[in-house]
Design a protein around this ligand. Structure first.
Ligand code: CTP
Length: 406
């Protein structure tokens, strides 16, 4: 599971008739995988593109199409509108947005849009000329001004062969937007700095010393903090991950670059989390040309890099929360406890990287969180997204306790 906030939520998915209608099937499957209870409402036109039966099988719930159903005893459209934690229209045609903007309720979907009390997300997908038409743009403005969410379509070539904005967005972007809408903004107004990934210490123009960090843990933390409304600054070593939407990224290579980037941002931050696997040593000399294979043995002398987290800890303000990680192969608690004290941290997240499914490049992690005073919280093996959620919960708790101390 990637988005813990989605688990157990009820989502009403409105489907309208567009060539992108079939993508609603992928969206439904992805939502079901996240533990969402999906209830589908289809317009009659959308049934030309995909059958209600397909959507019923995928959603595991009855599909609504007709507004007046003699078999049903309840006032269906009101009940459907009220059950939703969030209502999503995907794909949304120009027509459904025009109806919603002007309060027209002439079928099941347009009627529940008028009766809805939950947040509503429209995911428009259409021909670029229809999307850019002043009427469509005006309707989108009306919907947004009324507090609805509208996810911009992607640019590129659309099915009819034209180029422009109007493509249905990737499923992952829609799910992220739904998670954003559903997440309470408990970190609003807070500035959070997160470091992630490995560093590279070059000893000639084409070779370097590094470690296998993927950056997944730091990127997951940045994603969670961003969903909760924080302004997130992510300083990252070289990784192949897509940064979470809305996060400001600073790309760095060496430990020295990371030190400079982090130390210049740190004084203005409310929270600093060092999840990066910073190289402790760098080659003493960096050759200006590639080392040739002439010699049978090459010795590289290493010198120590600055400890970024120790510098942050030494300069930290009383109301700042500073969190470190400890990747250990032996004496987990003992080593982590030393780092917690020495670097003046609010807490440290320790993991034994020799355990299966833990640390560096895995999608899961199993950690122990150590607090000053000896308290230890054991977090069982779970996805890095879920571990990130737990860590950010604790950050919020620590921020609150510092505020009440002031
Ligand atoms: N860290 C840092 N700067 C360094 C080395 C580490 O900021 N030059 C940070 C890491 O991002 C992590 C914490 O310090 O949050 C602990 O890192 P770790 O590599 O586990 O420990 P070290 O302090 O480097 O000690 P050792 O390598 O001896 O275990």
């Amino acid at each position: 599971m990637k988005w813990p906030i989605l688990k157990g939520k009820t989502l009403v998915l409105g489907i309208t008739g567009s060539i992108a209608t079939y993508r609603a099937a992928d969206l439904t499957r992805a939502l079901k995988k996240e533990g969402v209870d999906v209830h589908i409402v289809m317009t009659k036109n959308s049934c030309q593109f995909i059958t209600p039966l397909t959507m019923q099988v995928l959603s595991e719930n009855p599909v609504r199409v007709e507004l007046f159903d003699l078999k049903s005893e309840e006032i269906g459209h009101i009940a459907t509108a009220r059950m939703a934690d969030v209502l999503v229209v995907a794909p949304a045609t120009a027509n459904i947005m025009a109806k919603a903007a002007h309060g027209i309720a002439d079928d099941y979907l347009s009627t529940i849009l008028l009766a809805a009390t939950s947040p509503v997300l429209f995911c428009p997908a259409m021909n670029p000329a229809m999307y850019h038409h002043p009427a469509t743009q005006e309707n989108i403005r009306i919907l947004k001004n009324r507090g609805n969410f509208v996810l911009e379509p992607e640019a590129g070539s659309v099915v009819c062969g034209e180029e422009g904005k109007g493509r249905f967005p990737p499923i992952e972007r829609i799910i992220h937007e739904i998670a954003y809408i559903l997440t309470p903004k408990t970190l609003k107004g807070k500035k959070v700095l997160i470091s992630a990934g490995p560093t590279r210490e070059f000893f000639d123009p084409v070779r370097f010393i590094s470690n296998p960090s993927s950056g997944k843990m730091g990127f997951a933390l940045a994603g969670v903090a961003c969903l909760r409304g924080a302004a997130v600054h992510l300083v990252s070593g070289p990784v192949t991950l897509e940064p979470p939407p809305g996060v400001q990224v600073y790309n760095v290579v060496s430990a020295k670059d990371m030190y400079d980037a982090v130390m210049s941002l740190a004084p203005n931050m409310d929270v600093i989390i060092m999840a990066a696997a910073v190289g402790d040593y760098r080659p003493e000399k960096v050759m200006s040309s590639k080392i040739k294979k002439k010699l049978s043995k090459v010795e590289i002398s290493l010198v120590q890099n600055p400890d970024i987290l120790a510098s942050i800890g030494a300069n930290k303000r009383d109301n700042q929360v500073v969190v470190g990680f400890a990747a250990e192969t032996d004496n987990l608690l003992e080593n982590a406890e030393k780092k917690l004290r020495k670097k003046r941290l609010d807490f440290i997240v320790a993991n034994d990287v020799t355990k299966p499914g833990c640390g560096f490049f895995y999608d899961t992690n199993q950690v122990k969180i150590l607090m000053p005073g000896g308290k230890v919280e054991e977090v069982p093996r779970m996805s890095k997204q879920e571990v990130a959620d737990k860590i950010i919960d604790l950050v919020e708790k620590t921020l609150k306790s510092k505020k009440s101390d002031e």
